[in-house]
Design a protein around this ligand. Structure first.
Ligand code: 13P
Length: 287
């Protein structure tokens, strides 16, 4: 059964490790992430952007696939199904469809409007036992059409949003979705430290997990980050493994064109990426 992300993230914050959110795009992604979480005895969050939800024909398909797969795989580790960077309407749709967690990204609204909309969702999530992530200070880069300029969040605004009764808070600290540019200034630990001092026990979320150096990840966890989102890195790993398979002409040998064979190296590459991240984040054996 899908669970809210609340307990797993509170435990992570108290235990000084982070739970990975890995975004899914299709069956192969979902299978690779679930199997790795079970193998490593790690809690996990499956992230679904609005674009990926649409790609999979809608949120109900996603819920049906994930629930079915969890049953067939005899999953025992805690799994949350989470809307990533949701609009207000997208959040309502996912609540209706059976997600166990949502993110409302109101970072592009003036803070009063972000507060107002987040507050409404806090009430709904409370009655449903769902977890809610809110965002202050937009995350840089582009993800599925959601573009952020990459600012550092105002710690006082973070405190205002955290006090609304949300489960976890995403705050911009110079992080960017997708690959980091050569001249990237790195994460602003000063901002993170100030946010954590004001928000106390609130699990903090680090978006743009792809390509952040290991030492920065560890430092972020030590300053209160309890959830780290990874998307692009799994996409790159999948694409590279698939390209190698085709470049080696393996799709032309025997039944190498069978999608179950063609997509296997990419699926294995996602597994390896997820395993590496769970080890780095420290979430293995924490189920
Ligand atoms: P990356 O694609 O940079 O890993 O970011 C993922 C993310 O933050 C999802 O919200």
């Amino acid at each position: 059964m899908l669970v809210s992300a609340k307990d797993m993230l509170n435990k992570a914050k108290a235990g000084h490790y982070a739970v990975g959110q890995f975004n899914i795009n299709n069956l192969e992604w979902t299978k690779a992430i679930l199997m790795t979480a079970q193998e490593l005895n790690s809690p996990v969050i499956l992230g679904v952007s609005e674009g990926a939800g649409k790609y999979m024909t809608g949120y109900k398909t996603v819920v049906g696939m994930v629930n079915g797969m969890m049953e067939e795989l005899n999953m025992t580790v805690p799994v949350a199904l989470h809307l990533d960077h949701g609009s207000f309407d997208g959040c309502l749709k996912c609540i209706e469809a059976g997600f166990s967690s949502i993110m409302f990204d109101g970072s592009h609204y003036p803070i009063e409007e972000n507060i107002d909309k987040t507050k409404k969702l806090v009430e709904i999530c409370k009655t449903k036992g769902m977890s809610l992530e809110a965002e202050v200070g937009s995350i840089g880069g582009e993800e599925d059409g959601v573009v952020g300029t990459g600012e550092c969040a105002d710690p006082d605004e973070c405190k205002m949003i955290a006090d609304l009764g949300i489960t976890m808070l995403a705050a911009g600290i110079g992080n960017i979705h997708g690959k980091y540019p050569e001249n990237w200034a790195g994460l602003s630990f000063e901002t993170l430290d100030a946010i954590q001092k004001l928000t106390g026990d609130m699990p903090l979320v680090l978006h743009g997990g792809t390509g952040i150096p290991e030492d920065m990840i560890k430092k972020a966890i030590s300053l209160g980050v309890a959830k780290i989102n990874v998307n692009t890195e799994c996409q790159l790993a999948f694409a590279e493994a698939t390209r190698k398979y085709i470049e080696a002409g393996k799709d032309l040998q025997g039944k190498g064109f069978d999608p179950r064979k063609l997509l296997a190296p990419g699926t294995d590459a996602i597994k390896a990426t997820v395993k590496e991240k769970m080890e780095l984040f420290g979430s293995f054996d924490k189920a």
